[in-house]
Design a protein around this ligand. Sequence first.
Ligand code: NAD
Ligand code: ZN
Length: 371
Amino acid sequence: TAELRDITVAVVREKEQPFTIEKARIRGPQDDEVLVRVVATGLCHTDLIVRDQYYPVPLPAVLGHEGAGIVEALGPGVKDLKVGDHVVLTYGACGHCNPCSGGHGAYCKDFFGLNFGGGARDGSTAIQDPDGKPLHDHFFAQSSFATYALSRENNAIKVPDDAPIELLGPLGCGIQTGAGAVINSLKVTAGSSFASFGAGAVGLSAVMAARVAGATTIIAIDVVPSRLELAKELGATHVINSREVDVVDAVREITGGGANFALESTGRPDVLAQGIEALGGLGVIGVVGAPKLGTKAEFDVNNLLLGGRSIRGIVEGDSVPKVFIPQLVQLYQQGRFPFDKLVKFYPLDQINQAAEDSTRGVTLKPILTIG
Ligand code: NAD
Ligand code: ZN
């Protein structure tokens, strides 16, 4: 394990600056770690808000948190995974605090440290530049904008060999977040109404999941017309361009008084306020969109109280990845969760183009092909 392996990585060196493609070295797996040859990695909006330092991950850093690949080497403490297994890398959780023990790893007491700490919990990094200077890593317990990535066994999720591994990385974050918010957190019911505020990768995953769950009114809201068109293909019964109409009135009209369930995935406090207003009595809105730390939202307290409405924050769709990711793969293979329609592939060295296309609304879910 003292051996260092040559790798290629995409690095963020400074706030709001482009990714740079660099040579680097990574150590071998220790303890319960696995070394994964990365085949492809999704680019999630969260990579970009960390590049821009909404969340203070120390720089220079190797980001990337929707990795998919093949297990190349095992640490001595690995129990179940084998070399050659196909895996999707997901978020890190300690596995033994109270929330983890209760099946809620997304609320692990050490979630921020394990996913945004910029290194192992002892402060060391596994990746160094060619001069031997450490590069911050362990991003979402993986740092998968790289040809090889280290994860722990508990966040490397085995998936079937016959599923297209190059497609599956986004199941580790953005897609499991939208789908899990609907299925695991909000528990959207058959025959109900659901409004997705935001029709990006997360919001459209929520739309597909609402169809799987049996919602009969599914409303997608965005400001980009092409995303609303795709939403219709993926199961939205109604779409609203919130630049053109009053979205609260429109949702109330479509649902006959307000939605049973809603999800906010734009990361905008004004949209969260609209989402609360657009709920019907006893309606629930989940919040997954991530603004800058310290962002405040404003809404009429009595509107929440008098209708018995609720707001809840959601991380990673409350999923137990070992259970939920294989379920999503199966839904995809049955044609009931066609998330491949969100995807566009780019080679790793086109990462800045992928980021720009995502920001401009041209590409929903970029996947960087690596190996
Ligand atoms: P995205 O950029 O693809 O989607 C955001 C969408 O919001 C875009 O389609 C955009 O056009 C739309 N939008 C912007 N302004 C709007 C407005 N005023 N009204 C309606 N729609 C508007 O991003 P994504 O990858 O889908 O991620 C969504 C958010 O979720 C991000 O903030 C990301 O950081 C966060 N996220 C959270 C978790 C979690 O665990 N909570 C996990 C993954 C991503
Ligand atoms: Zn993400």
